[in-house]
Design a binder for this molecule. Structure first.
Ligand SMILES: [Zn+2]
Length: 132
């Protein structure tokens, strides 16, 4: 297993890395090795936009134990500005703000902690963009 500093230094958690088909231009997140649209294996890395809109969400009141401290856990179904759709946890939730079409942005947050080894996992979560 690689030391956590390796991953931190790579800053992989601050980027939403997907892939794009060189043949037909289809974009995917998470990245795929074979294009789901045309079957081409000529894929390239592509950073996804960090903003999009909320399509819908679900509220989990009994997630698995790693996420107990985040109850209720909100999962958003998000359409990024390039049209790619994904499911991601939501942060800083004010339930009244979770409306379809609400602008959201990616933010790096603590996801879970491994109690025995004290390892903290980071990942992206999305939050509603506050209107000025
Ligand atoms: Zn393709």
């Amino acid at each position: 297993m690689l030391p956590i500093s390796y991953w931190r230094n790579r800053k992989i958690y601050t980027r939403l890395l997907g892939s794009r088909c060189k043949k037909c231009g289809a974009e995917f997140f998470p990245p795929v090795k074979v294009c789901k649209k045309c079957g081409s294996r000529e894929m390239e890395e592509l950073e996804m936009p960090k903003t999009g809109v909320l399509v819908s969400f679900t509220k989990l009141t009994e997630p698995s134990y790693e996420f107990e401290e985040y109850v209720p856990l909100y999962l958003g179904f998000i359409r990024l500005d390039n049209g790619v759709q994904l499911v991601a946890p939501l942060a800083d939730v004010v339930e009244e703000e979770l409306k379809p079409g609400a602008r959201v942005e990616a933010t790096v947050r603590k996801w879970a902690e491994d109690g025995e080894e004290g390892i903290i996992f980071y990942g992206y979560k999305f939050r509603v963009v506050k209107q000025p």
